[in-house]
Design a protein around this ligand. Structure first.
Ligand code: ATP
Ligand code: MG
Ligand code: FE
Length: 345
């Protein structure tokens, strides 16, 4: 079975072809991505209307590219999958509209995928795929959640952020340091030249006894330091970046270990854009190695938004029998859609 997947929830247009053979992990045949980051950079954030228009321009050329690279024709596609939510309504509608139009034209069924399920399952495309059950640390631009994952479609929320997401904490701190948008990767690069112990920054909710997160206070603490440093900021930027990254990573690692402890599970999967962070990977690897626990990540190129994870999630849902693709082409999108509300059907 060949699944064509389309991702358009935010500022990346992604298209992919995944092939499932009925057993084992589906295989990625090809994927293509266009990031709108350069376009939105001038505005310091994603402009929804510009995002939608750009998805319209990109999605079909990307689909043609993917089909050509996979050596596959449209007629060979069995199911068309798209991101149904959460995300920007106008952006989601582009992917949903194109997917349903393709499905109708090809007389093939379509399937709407939950974006976070895509992130969550993306490590299955890595060279070291996990096995169920596992703890998932989902750390993206809009979400920070710890989940217990028993199988495809079986997700129990253990804790989540009560305010900013981890990626947002990276991006907002990076902005305060003058590192542009989205500044997470830039902050992380700068941090490599700094001293993570140079500034004492808060570790919000570290000892809260639950598995929730809070990052809004950290951003305020960074702002206070930036103001205090004033003209001296330039010389201390790398130290402040390193201290910020260390604060975020310490909380993520400690809470992840607590989730593993409580659940008694032996593996953790890290997904979402912040999963590309080198300090997070190094610290989590070290902590888990010490305890004999396994950590799985997506390939670096599949940490942030992409079409591969959407095609994969659709293929895995179909393969596990938790959902059927529909041959009806009226579509809706769900800009707000908590993962726990993802129904089996
Ligand atoms: P969501 O999936 O919650 O809707 P999103 O799709 O915008 O949000 P992703 O694409 O998964 O999020 O990830 C983007 C985020 O990851 C941004 O906040 C970005 O700064 C952050 N990020 C990417 N690479 C790194 C890195 N190396 N270090 C820290 N943060 C990073
Ligand atoms: Mg993005
Ligand atoms: Fe995402």
């Amino acid at each position: 079975m060949i699944v064509l997947g389309i991702e358009s929830s935010c500022d990346e247009t992604g298209v992919a072809l995944v092939e499932s053979t009925g057993t084992g992990v589906p295989v990625l045949r090809a994927h293509a991505l266009h990031s709108q980051v350069d376009m939105h950079q001038a505005y310091g954030g994603v402009v929804p209307e510009l995002a939608s228009r750009d998805h319209i321009r990109r999605v079909l050329p990307l689909a043609e590219d993917v089909l050509a690279r996979a050596g596959c024709t449209l007629g060979e596609v069995d199911v068309v999958a798209y991101t149904r939510g959460p995300g920007l309504a106008g952006a989601l509608l582009v992917g949903a509209g194109v997917a349903c139009a393709l499905g109708a034209a090809l007389r093939k069924p379509v399937l709407g995928v939950h974006h976070l399920e895509g992130h969550l399952l993306s490590p299955f495309l890595s060279s070291d795929p996990p096995q169920f059950p596992f703890i998932a640390l989902l750390v993206s631009g809009g979400h920070t959640q710890l989940m217990q994952v028993e199988g495809v479609g079986d997700y129990r929320m253990l804790g989540e952020t009560i305010d900013d997401a981890a990626g947002e904490a990276f991006d907002k701190s990076a902005k305060l340091l003058g590192l542009g948008y989205p500044g997470g990767p830039a902050l992380s690069r700068l941090a490599e030249q700094g001293d993570p112990a140079a500034f004492r920054l808060p570790r919000p909710l570290l000892h809260s006894g639950d598995l929730d997160f809070s990052f809004a206070g950290l951003k305020t603490a960074v702002l206070t330091q930036v103001n205090k440093l004033a003209d001296a900021l330039q010389a201390r930027r790398a130290d402040l970046a390193a201290s910020t990254e260390a604060a975020i990573v310490e909380v993520l690692v400690k809470k992840s270990l607590a989730a593993l402890d409580r659940s008694g599970l032996q593996r953790i999967v890290v997904a979402g854009g912040v999963g590309a962070n080198r300090r997070l990977r190094a610290q989590l690897d070290a902590a888990c190695a010490k305890r004999g626990l396994r950590v799985h990540y997506p390939e670096l190129s599949l940490c942030t938004d992409n079409g591969a994870m959407i095609a994969l999630a659709a293929a895995m849902r179909l393969q596990a029998g938790v959902q059927q693709a529909r041959a009806s082409y009226a579509f809706d999108v769900k800009p707000r859609w908590p993962l726990e509300q993802l129904s089996a059907g």
